[in-house]
Design a protein around this ligand. Structure first.
Ligand code: LLP
Length: 420
């Protein structure tokens, strides 16, 4: 009987060595994706760049990998920026996002000289201007705009539609007022625009719709205000494969049409082609990760369903309960046994909604078996919580068949460290 191997490692051995629940991340996979971006986007086009959206998965070790691979990093909070700074991430390659950055976060960003601040609204521009003056700096910014398009994904992870908390709407005059204002500020260097239409997107149509709207804005900004767009950040959102879903697309599936659309429109509108950046998170790290659990109680409700509970759940993976996300599971110590039943994988939290997988086909199972849940690299560790005072799992990185601990398992003591 062979066990399920992931990135050259025996997952049952990893579960024994480090305990469960356990996040396992393949460094080789992450490097492969970044290499693909370098080969088929950065190496293929002039004046383009890639930025890793660290909200998908960020630890100090991940920041070191991104630093070593030489691409940029998007941060969305003081905590993510702090993590990047802790490993000496080149500040000029950091892009700071967020729809309500605090005074403290903006000071931290300006003080550390982050490369780009993506300004979400005019209130933020005013705050940033004051800080830039205090620091006697000229800050490079992009405006986040809301292109007014609906991406094909779960509504909780759509971001480019008109009714959105993110960015300045492209329709109406607000954006031109904002551009003019920034152009007149000596401490602000407005370089262009950013949009992000949503996440887990498996088509490329909505990107093109967004680009149509943005390039029109670029033309208007040039004609009305003489503003030349030097940079265009097209966000992230590229999808990966989850249970029953489509396969992850190559990077060029998104970037080739994006580049063609931008170049064509710029030509038609007599605009210089700006520097184009992309900002994927999930696409780089999503399929690089799995989570290992130990099976505990098995409860059969005759003629209804069999609940098989694991030692983790919505605390380490809130995505099924938040977005009805579908995951694939494998009984890691029984990969060669034939599936003979359909069960439901439940988490251990005090919530009926804490179910990781509905209707999973598995072989005969018993308490103590190891379950591997696939494609948990993105938005699992980074969204984990201590609900029910559950400690967060450890994170193990594997590379070329060798495992190393990169985040220790939280202890009860860790959870209480700030309590008085
Ligand atoms: N850039 C910006 C400005 C973003 O807001 C995001 C994601 C990204 C890039 C990266 O998107 P990605 O390539 O990873 O799809 N928690 C949700 C996903 C929220 C994404 C938020 N923004 C989930 O688990 O599906």
């Amino acid at each position: 009987m062979t066990n399920f191997h992931f990135a050259g490692c025996d997952t049952v051995y990893l579960a024994k060595k480090y305990g469960t629940p356990l996040y396992v991340i393949s460094e080789n996979y992450i490097i492969d994706r970044i290499e693909e971006i370098k080969r088929n986007f950065i190496g293929k086009y002039e004046n383009v760049g890639a930025i890793y959206a660290s909200k998908a998965f960020l630890t100090k070790e991940m920041a070191r990998i991104i630093k070593r691979e030489g691409i940029g990093m998007d941060v969305v909070s003081g905590g993510e920026l702090y993590t990047a700074m802790e490993v000496g991430f080149p500040e000029e390659k950091i892009v700071f996002h967020g729809n309500n950055k605090t005074l403290h976060e903006l000071e931290m960003a300006v003080g550390n000289g982050v490369g780009r601040i993506v300004v979400d609204n005019i209130y933020e521009l005013d705050l940033l201007t004051q800080i830039a003056k205090q620091y006697n700096k000229r800050v490079n910014i992009l405006y986040r705009i809301s292109p007014g398009v609906n991406s094909h994904t779960h509504k909780y992870i759509q971001t480019g539609q008109v009714d959105s908390k993110f960015g300045i709407p492209i329709g109406g005059g607000k954006i031109f007022e904002a551009i003019e204002k920034a152009m007149n500020l000596s401490n602000i260097n407005l370089l262009g625009f950013h949009f992000h239409i949503g996440s887990q997107i498996l088509d490329n149509i909505t990107y093109l719709e967004a680009i149509k709207a943005v390039t029109k804005l670029m033309r208007e900004a040039k004609n009305r205000l003489g503003f030349e767009t030097k940079e265009l950040n097209t966000g992230g959102g590229y999808g990966i494969q989850y249970a029953g879903g489509e396969k992850r697309k190559p990077i060029s599936f998104y970037t080739d049409p994006i580049m063609t659309e931008i170049k064509d429109n710029c030509k038609n509108y007599d605009l210089k082609v700006p520097k184009v950046t992309i900002e994927p998170g999930r696409w780089i790290v999503g399929e690089s990760g799995i989570t290992l659990y130990t099976i505990g109680s098995i409860k059969e409700i005759p003629n209804i369903r069999t609940y098989v509970s694991v030692d983790g759940g919505m605390t380490d993976n809130p995505r099924p309960s938040l977005y009805e996300a579908k995951y694939q599971g494998i009984v890691a110590n029984k990969v060669n046994k034939e599936a003979s039943q359909v069960i439901t994988i439940a988490g251990k939290c005090c919530e009926s909604g804490d179910v990781l997988i509905w209707d999973l086909k598995v072989p005969e199972i018993e308490t103590g078996d190891i379950l591997a849940v696939l494609s948990t690299g993105a938005y699992n560790y980074s969204m984990a919580s201590n609900y029910n005072k559950t400690p967060r799992p450890a994170v193990v990185m594997v590379k070329d068949g060798i495992d190393r601990l990169i985040v220790k398992r939280e202890t009860y003591k860790d959870m209480l460290r700030n309590e008085i």
